[in-house]
Design a protein. Structure first.
Length: 186
């Protein structure tokens, strides 16, 4: 039985690494923060709000899976798209308060990460790997759901750690490459 559960964990970690390579999930924003400040420390500091938003998106779907609720992908994506459009409208509307139009701070970056992760279906992608992990206690004769929440949270943590590791590697690698070419990045 343990061998059957190895591949879902590898899948959860692999999807996290894949999300870390995607420019829409944060490395581009982390690198921009590093370029703006002139160092890799700021780029690495951008990882926690990026990770918080991404993990919140994945955790939302994981909790729905554990609760046995069906996720309507279209409804979830439409709700997130509406939030994104409201955010864009507030940013470009000239009468909006200046704080809404300012460059993203850490809260804005976490919200952006949550929206992007939810919009492209980060949480929904891990559902096929979560199901065998969360249902393993039922197969062993335990009460349904007795360990499912802890297993789902561990999977979300692993996914997030793999995503942030890859995001950080790409952002720092880009900044160091620019420094090698002749930029002022420290």
């Amino acid at each position: 039985m343990a061998a059957d559960l190895f591949w879902p964990w590898v899948t959860v970690a692999g999807l996290g690494a894949l999300h870390g390579l995607n420019p829409a999930t944060g490395w581009m924003l982390a690198a921009a923060w590093g370029l703006r400040s002139g160092g890799t420390k700021q780029a690495l500091g951008a990882l926690w709000p990026i990770g918080l938003g991404h993990v919140a998106s994945v955790a939302l779907v994981a909790l729905l899976v554990v609760a046995g609720l069906q996720v309507n992908r279209m409804l979830l994506q439409c709700a997130v798209a509406a939030l994104l459009l409201v955010s864009v409208a507030a940013h470009v509307w000239r009468r909006a308060p200046r704080a809404l139009r300012a460059p993203a701070g850490q809260v804005g970056m976490a919200l952006w990460s949550f929206l992007m992760s939810s919009l492209h279906g980060a949480g929904l992608m891990v559902v096929p790997a979560l199901l065998p992990l969360c249902m393993s206690d039922v197969a062993e004769g335990d009460a349904p759901g007795s360990r499912s929440l802890l297993v789902a949270l561990a999977a979300v943590g692993l996914h997030g750690a793999a995503m942030l590791s890859m995001t950080g590697l790409v952002a720092v690698g880009l900044l160091r490459g620019l420094r090698f070419i002749g930029g002022e990045v420290r």
